[in-house]
Every structure is written in C-alpha cells, then in structure tokens.
Design a binder for this molecule. Structure first.
Ligand code: LLP
Length: 404
C-alpha cells in the first residue's frame, strides 16, 4: 500500500474508490503482497523445503485459502470448522495438520475419516481417545505429540504458548510416556514431534532454544520422527521499523538441527503470510472534542478488529488522502461501541480530519476478520481481494437480516 498522487492505493486501486464502491467498514487484501509473502517465506527456508501449513485461524476466508493453496501450501487447523473450510478450499488432506488442546471425539473422528497428515495430540487423554476411535474404525492414524518446551518466546504473555505454565503441549516426562504408549498401539503411528511457542516472535533466540530442547529430547528417547513441526509465530513489523524476525538466523539454527536429525520440517505460519496483505477501511462518522481530546469516531469498531482492545496492539492508521499544508492535530481514533476499550490508537500531529473522511487501519490481514464478532448486532464487514486493477468480493457484507 502506498500513496500515489496523495491517494492511498492498494495495487492499482485507490482506497477512496474502494470505499465509495463497496461501503465501509471493509476489509481489503492485496493479492500481490500475499504472493510476495509466500515466495519470501519459501525462499528463506528453501534448502530443506519444509511443508508450509497456513494457520487457518489467522484468516478463515475460503477464497484466500484457495489462493494460498495454489502456491502448494497446506493448512494448520484447530477445529472441525477450520478443517471443513480447508478441505472445501481444496487443500490436500495429506498437507493438513490438526492442533489444539481440546479436540472432541467428533472432531477426531472427522479428521481420521479425512485421512489428514497429522493429528498433533496435546495430552495422554487425547492420545487414548484417538486410539479408541482408530480401533473402532479399524484404521491406522498418524499422529504428532506436541511438546511444551518450556521456552519463553519473549512476546506478549497473551500470545505465549511454550512455557510450562501454559496449557499447551505436554512436558518431557509425559512426552516419553506417550512415545512408549504409541509403540505398543497397533492403531497409532507416531510420526511427529510438534511445538509452537507463541506468536509475533521477533527474536530468533527463543526458536534457537526451542530447537536445543527438541534435540535433547530426541537424543534421550532415541526415536526417529519423520516430521518435526516447528509451529508458526514468525513476527512481522507493525510500525514499518523493519523490526521483524531474522529468517536467516532461524534458518541457520534449523539447518544445524537437521544435520543431527533427518526429519521433514513443518511450519504453521499465519501472521507472516497474511497480516500485511490486509487493511480495514473505515469512514469517520463524527469528530468530537471532549475537554482536551479530539475523538475521531469511526464506523469500524472493536467487534471488527479486536487486536487493539484485546492485546493493546497498535496498527498504523492512515488517511486515504494525504493533505499538505493543513493543520496538524492530536487525535484518538475510536469506534462507536459503548466500551472504553473500543479504541484503535492515539496519534499526534495527524493531518486535520473532517467528518466522512476515509481512514485506513493497516496490517490487519491476520486475526482481524477471523477474530471479529457480531457484538452490538453489528454485521461483519465485506471482504475484498484486489489483484492489479481488479476487485473481487470474497465475502459479502453481512446484513441485519442475517442476524435478526
Ligand atoms: N500453530 C499453532 C499451534 C498456533 O497456536 C498458532 C497461533 C499458529 C500456528 C500461528 O501463529 P502465527 O504464525 O500466526 O503467529 N490472536 C493473536 C494471535 C494468536 C495466535 C494463536 N496461535 C493476535 O492477534 O496476535
């Protein structure tokens, strides 16, 4: 996204025109950015050609998953609903992995029927349940065990998953017990060791530590895993300061690991593939002054984009038309919902705004629409995919009649 003759533009289309044609709030995604992200990701790890399973939770739009699939990616799912979407999008089941601490019998049974690549189990009880269902169905099921490596991902506590106090995975003692259990089961084939230590990770060192923990455990149990699933979590720069994960260093650490262990690497990236492809386009309803503060009340709210309210996340916020030589003001950008957390950001020295101006909230392609809700009976925004000068509606705006 860039300014062309002062107009904020996605590929060849100005945001102003998108807003005029499709209304606001609207999520819009850039195909070219998506392609760039996928190719970049592949290139960064090309020496060991990993299986890249897109984390569907970050964006569940079926059209986007179809596009992602065309680049050869698989899917990482965490519920039967996500699994259904991935299959409907045409993702090869042999490229689907299923994570999550609370998979129900119905979910496990469906996954087994669909013959997906791996069910990554997260407890002894889950392994027992998989074994029971597999026996009933007279099937052999490929599983992974998710290890909790007790590694601090140095990210927000709300999105940290690899420390021993987190609910995810099993500790090394339970891991050994499950490995032994699997050896004696004729319906389970243990194929994978999986980990995922958190999200929006910017420092490669926690990954390096995580690999050391895996190395130690594999040596101790002396078991050959066909796959090592390293999860996702690769952080991106949300404020254009280029502070993102150093892929070269992460790649180097994995290559070192692979010298000792000949396994196929699986990744489960979400944010790094889709976050910076998406923007939320919104219109200013009112501008009001309360004491010293200038509030810009947008028609997008916390139900459309939860990240600021939930994690204090800050997204770049830009005017759709850049104006020079106008007054600069301090603004607080908020939504219309009756909650004080319904706030996007506060910005100083922003160009003077008017009611009905269009504002763009950037890098919302991951955990934007997928975390949205119908709070306040607010219909969900339309989703648009832009490719060059073409715009495709990839999800219609919800209507009140869908909700009432
Ligand atoms: N694999 C597993 C098992 C996961 O739990 C997650 C994310 C991923 C892969 C993908 O992680 P990514 O590459 O996107 O970082 N709603 C939060 C993020 C929650 C992440 C949950 N798990 C946010 O908006 O920042």
């Amino acid at each position: 996204m860039k300014y062309i003759s002062k107009k904020l533009t996605v590929e060849k289309i100005s945001i102003q025109n998108v807003a005029k044609k499709f209304g606001t709030p609207a999520y819009c995604y850039s195909y070219t950015q998506l392609k760039k992200n996928i190719n970049n990701f592949k290139k960064s790890f090309k020496s060991f050609s990993p299986l890249i399973c897109f984390a569907v939770k970050s964006n569940t739009n079926i059209s986007l998953i179809q596009e992602i699939k065309k680049f050869g990616l698989g899917a990482d799912v965490v519920s039967i609903g996500e699994l259904m979407i991935a299959i409907k999008a045409g993702v090869n089941p042999k490229k689907i992995v299923f994570s999550g601490v609370g998979k129900t019998s119905t979910e496990l049974s469906y996954a087994i029927d669909k013959k997906i690549l791996l069910i990554n189990a997260e407890s002894k009880s889950e392994v027992n349940e998989i074994d029971r269902i597999a026996k009933l169905k007279k099937k052999k099921v490929q599983i992974g065990i998710r290890l909790n490596p007790n590694t601090d991902a140095k990210t927000l506590t709300q999105i940290s998953t690899g420390k021993k106090e987190n609910k995810f995975g099993v500790n090394d003692k339970t891991f050994f017990e499950i490995v032994n259990y699997c050896k004696s089961s004729s319906n389970i084939e243990l194929k994978c060791l999986s980990v995922h230590i958190g999200s929006q990770i910017l420092d490669y060192k926690p990954y390096e530590k995580m690999l050391k923990v895996i190395d130690k455990i594999i040596k101790k149990i002396n078991f050959k895993f066909e796959f090592i699933d390293l999860g996702g979590g690769m952080g991106i720069s949300y404020n254009n300061d280029n502070n993102k994960l150093d892929y070269k260093k992460y790649n180097f650490a994995i290559k070192k690991f692979l010298k000792k262990h000949k396994s196929k690497i699986i990744f489960e990236p979400g944010r790094s593939i889709i976050a910076n492809t998406g923007s939320l386009i919104s219109k200013i309803i009112y501008i009001k002054k309360n004491g010293k503060k200038n509030f810009v009340i947008l028609d997008a709210a916390m139900n459309d984009l939860m990240r600021p309210a939930l994690y204090g996340a800050i997204h770049r916020t830009l005017p759709s038309i850049k104006k020079n030589n106008v007054l600069k003001k301090n603004y607080e950008f908020v939504g219309p919902i009756c909650e004080s957390t319904d706030k996007f950001t506060s910005l100083k020295n922003f160009q003077e705004l008017k009611e009905k101006d269009i504002i763009v909230i950037c890098d919302v392609g991951a955990y934007g629409m997928s975390l949205s809700s119908n709070y306040n009976v607010r219909p969900k925004p339309v989703e648009l995919l832009i490719k060059g000068s073409k715009i495709k509606v990839i999800r219609k705006r919800q209507k009140h009649k869908d909700l009432i």
